[in-house]
Design a protein around this ligand. Structure first.
Ligand SMILES: [Zn+2]
Length: 186
């Protein structure tokens, strides 16, 4: 029950007790905000805490296992994820190391309804800050490693389509264009 636990956590924090957590619409490729290099967070204040809470809520509502701020139209270096151990967040994340190789059927909330087998390093370790500005490190292989790499790409303006081979990417872009044209005509 992510909705309930997030709200309870918010109300315990006091300062933002009166504000409900919000679910934001997710920006879909080729929205330009998804192609921008996001700016680093400089202020670790209540606004940042709210952004993280809203992102977690939006991620669960989607549902997804990770979300980066540009995906809700906020061009800041903030990512959230839940690889099965509860919600985590990383501010101003930096990839510290990756190793191995693993193919994984990968999708993106900003490219809805599509998955591709994408090969990336199996293990990833990322460093960043939490909402209080304290240093945190997350690492893992399988889903954790994958979601860290995917979300850190987003704050650099990289969408998973860029990890496809040339022919696959062309095919994917053609499909997306056709679907967009179909959506407009219906
Ligand atoms: Zn994504």
């Amino acid at each position: 029950m992510p909705t309930r636990s997030t709200c309870e956590r918010l109300s315990r924090r006091g300062a933002v007790a009166s504000r409900a957590v919000a679910v934001f619409p997710i920006r879909v490729y080729p929205d330009p905000v998804l192609r921008m290099k996001a700016a680093p967070v400089e202020r670790f204040d209540d606004d940042l805490a709210r952004l993280v809470d809203d992102m977690v809520e939006t991620m669960y509502a989607a549902p997804g296992v990770g979300l980066a701020a540009p995906q809700i139209g906020v061009s800041l270096r903030v990512v959230v994820f839940d690889a099965g151990e509860g919600p985590r967040h990383l501010i101003n994340p930096v990839m510290e190391s990756t190793s191995g190789e693993h193919e994984f059927e990968e999708g993106c909330l900003s490219v809805p309804g599509k998955w591709w087998p994408i090969t990336r390093p199996a293990f990833a370790r990322a460093r960043g800050l939490d909402i209080r500005g304290e240093e945190v490190v997350y690492e893992g292989d399988e889903l954790v490693g994958r979601v860290l790499q995917h979300e850190l790409d987003h704050v650099d303006g990289i969408v998973l389509l860029e990890h496809l081979g040339r022919r696959e990417r062309k095919q994917a872009l053609r499909e997306l264009r056709e679907e967009a044209a179909f959506d407009r005509s219906t």
